[in-house]
Design a protein around this ligand. Structure first.
Ligand code: MTE
Ligand code: HPA
Ligand code: MOS
Length: 751
């Protein structure tokens, strides 16, 4: 089944926030900020801006009826700065005007008097000054102190990995208008409708039932709208309340890039110990997470870094420590992988450095140490399958790894200007919110008397195809054609207390809830059908319901109408909570994940050693989809995730100056992958895997895991650089931009 949005997307008919028909009298909102990253505000001069044409009002923290607070995990983030600003781009207030142009003109007239304060952008510096977002955490397994003695090779190093800008095609935005009795309607481009509703209730001092948040779809979120869509929605709600008018806000791309947080940069120190036969016995790692100026989701992201610090490997003795460091950058936030990829990049770097030191190929160490049935992860969960090994073995065989290695060796011996590199990249990603409490969802299903069906869940469609999968769940369960089912927007009046659509679990959680609702409805309908068809057993298929003998049948419409006439309820609201999962933070042990997703990629790159540019010829992936319920949607997720991962590790360079000002502040100076940087060949194979009972219809979550195949891009390029300049001292410092590659190619090298 093709993605139900495909046709409307390509014909431009899909409705995004900016396409909502504006109500007469709608005001446009534009936030303003100080030019400094850290300062004490003395005065904000608004008088001149207020007099500008078309300006209706300018709001600051003084206009907030409730609390000036939008923090999610901790209440540490004001909606508008009061005395102190903590990062460049922190909103200090909101301009309301008749159109965007008037607001922009007015913004130029706002000036500030302030005392600059010292700016810290480096996480290690912040940690040394004890500027932490939350208490540091450590996971341990076995005993590294004892284990070092048995290691023949001990290698230490430092790894840096930079942030990543989300570049969702649709920038942040919201549209609010007042309803009766002080209640309010909010259309928001958010992954977390309930978080928006809650924050508005705090800031406007309203009960949650007065706030309706509606989300039709997002033009991409990638985690960037899990927490950071909230402030803009709250601003429009505040403005609507204040003016009594509809208020719309859509950020200009450069405002969006300047004012929002990104993937967290990390700096990490590792120590890895191996035996002569390449068994990793011990691993110690300390992560410094650059959290930015407030908590946002950083503590949760740090948790996933801890959990994924050994990627797909079993290491018997481990100490993993992570610090969430408070700096004067915009609060960094969720981004596909949610801290997992940063942890995984360090262990992969450690393995590559060990391989280079010992003089073996990294894949020999990787393969030797893959997690196996019965192995324990450092967070306490015990592995119950052999998927990691299976995906490696299948990839090695199908993609003929030996041939790849031979061919690349031969090529490098015979070429000078061009060098090739490869990497094998296994992944292992835990599915569930690491915070057990969040793993729940609800669904509401109405069957109308004409037989058409409408489904509401808390799932937010952001391009990942969750609505298509939900539609399949309902139509499969009732045995009716997809055209009879409609998936409605995520709306807080229909579905309450939702978790964000995140952690790759949108389809699993909402799909499971939906399945429960459909099963309950079907049970009632079965009774009605049984009496009409005079049979205990009835079959729902092809829009018809037949008895066991297949002799008698009625149409779906007839059954529904019959049930309606018999006063049988045609509506159902259901609840699902993932069973079994748990985690005890006091012990740092538990079983946080419903299941894991595995896979192995083989990446091949060619490097132009004159220019420092590179091109990926092929990426071949053996991926664990379980029993994919929609192959085209799932392949889209693998391709998109892979390319986004390659972009993060190669081209995309977030640059702040030492004063905390973003220099890579537009698409002209922040390079994202385009069609030319996509690998020539992407092969996606399905691992023969049983799936998981916790995955919807055994179709495993696919949203985030494929991003981590992109990690291999870094190491493939590194191998090619080494082939040209074996003497070069190479750091582990991602992204590996052509600029950095060129420097490495010619460091200490006489021509
Ligand atoms: N795919 C598209 N096209 N757009 C997105 O914004 N977000 C990713 C992933 N794939 C995203 C995407 C992220 S960060 C997550 S957590 C999952 O989709 C969320 O959706 P799911 O839980 O339904 O997989
Ligand atoms: N993943 C994604 N988003 C989240 C998580 C998680 O584990 N926890 C809280 N928000
Ligand atoms: Mo995804 S980073 O969990 O929104």
């Amino acid at each position: 089944m093709i993605n139900i949005d495909a046709k409307n997307h390509v014909t431009g008919k899909s409705i995004y926030l900016d396409d909502i028909q504006e109500i007469k009298g709608t005001l446009f909102a534009l936030p303003f900020d100080l030019p400094n990253a850290h300062a004490n505000i003395q005065v904000i001069n608004l008088a001149e801006a207020r007099e500008m044409p078309g300006i209706h009002a300018i709001l600051t923290h003084e206009d907030i009826p409730g609390q000036n607070q939008i923090g999610n995990i901790f209440p540490d983030e004001p909606l508008f700065a009061e005395k102190e600003v903590h990062y460049c781009g922190q909103p200090a207030g909101l301009i309301l005007g008749e159109n965007e142009f008037f607001c922009r003109q007015a913004r130029k007239k706002i000036s500030f008097v302030y005392d600059p304060l010292p700016v810290i952008t480096c996480p290690r510096e912040a940690q040394s000054k004890n500027m932490l977002i939350s208490p540091s955490r450590t996971l341990t397994l076995g005993n590294t102190n004892d284990a070092w003695k048995s290691c023949e090779h001990i290698i230490e190093g430092t790894v840096d990995v930079n942030g990543q800008e989300h570049i969702y095609l649709e920038t942040q935005g919201a549209y609010s208008y007042p309803k009766e009795d002080g209640s309010i309607y909010v259309a928001s481009s958010t992954q977390a409708p309930t978080a928006v509703q809650r924050a508005i209730s705090v800031v406007l001092d309203l009960p949650m039932h007065k706030i309706e948040v509606d989300v039709v779809r997002l033009g991409g979120g990638f985690g960037g709208k899990e927490d950071q869509a909230t402030s803009w929605a709250v601003m429009t709600a505040l403005a609507a309340k204040h003016t009594g008018k509809p208020v719309k806000l859509t950020l200009h791309r450069m405002d969006d890039m300047r004012m929002t947080g990104k993937r967290h940069p990390y700096s990490s120190d590792f120590k890895i110990g191996l035996t002569n036969d390449l068994k990793i016995l011990a691993y110690e790692v300390t992560h410094y997470q650059n959290a930015g100026a407030s908590a946002d989701l950083s503590p949760a992201i740090l948790e996933r870094t801890l959990f994924h610090s050994t990627n797909a490997y079993f290491i018997p003795n481990v100490v993993i420590t992570a610090h969430s460091c408070k700096t004067n950058l915009p609060p960094n936030t969720a981004f596909r992988g949610f801290g997992g990829p940063q942890g995984q990049f360090v262990i992969e770097s450690a393995i590559v450095k060990a391989a280079e030191t010992i003089g073996v190929s990294p894949d020999e160490i990787q393969k030797r140490n893959l997690v196996k049935d019965g192995d324990e992860f450092p967070y306490g969960q015990v592995m119950k399958n052999t998927e990691a090994m299976n995906s490696w073995n299948a990839a090695e065989k199908l993609f003929d790894l030996q041939e790849v290695k031979q061919r690349i060796k031969l090529f490098n011996e015979n070429h000078n200007r061009f060098k090739k590199g490869f990497a094998v990249q296994p992944i292992c990603f835990g599915i569930s919110f690491t915070n057990t409490m969040m793993n729940n969802a609800r669904a509401l299903v109405h069957i109308y008397r004409d037989g058409s069906v409408v489904v509401s869940t808390g799932a937010v469609e952001m391009g990942q195809g969750v609505n298509t999968k939900l539609l399949q769940v309902a139509s499969d369960e009732f045995g009716i054609s997809p055209a009879r089912v409609r998936i409605e927007s995520a709306n807080t009046l229909r579905i309450a207390n939702t978790s964000p659509t995140a952690a790759s679990s949108g389809a699993d959680l909402n799909g499971k809830a939906l399945k429960i609702a459909c099963t309950n409805l079907k049970e009632r309908l079965t009774k009605v059908a049984a009496s009409i068809l005079e049979s205990e057993e009835v079959l729902f298929a092809n829009d018809r319901i037949s008895n066991a003998a297949g002799k008698k049948e009625i149409t779906w419409e007839e059954l529904v109408m019959n049930a309606f006439q018999k006063r049988v309820s045609l509506s159902e609201h259901s609840h699902y909570a993932t069973p079994l999962i748990n985690f005890d933070k006091t012990k740092e042990k538990g079983h946080p994940f419903a299941y894991h997703v595995y896979g192995t990629a083989v990446l091949e790159v060619t490097l132009d050693c004159l220019k420092g540019t590179y091109h990926f010829e092929s990426v071949k992936i053996m991926h664990d989809f379980g029993k994919s319920m929609n192959i085209s949607v799932d392949h889209g997720q693998v391709e998109g995730g892979l390319v986004q991962g390659i972009g993060w590790l190669t081209l995309e360079e977030v640059i702040y100056d030492e004063k905390g000002k973003l220099l890579s502040n537009a698409l002209s100076n922040y390079k994202i992958p385009d069609i030319y940087s996509v690998p020539d060949e992407i092969v996606i194979e399905h691992l023969d895997s049983p799936g998981s009972d916790f995955a919807i219809n055994k179709s495993k979550a696919v949203g985030e895991p494929p991003l981590m195949y992109g990690l291999g891009a870094y190491f493939a390029i590194r191998m090619a650089v080494k082939a040209f300049n074996p003497e070069s001292e190479l750091a582990f410092d991602a992204p590996y931009t052509p600029e950095k590659v060129l420097m490495d190619l010619y460091r200490n090298r006489t021509l």
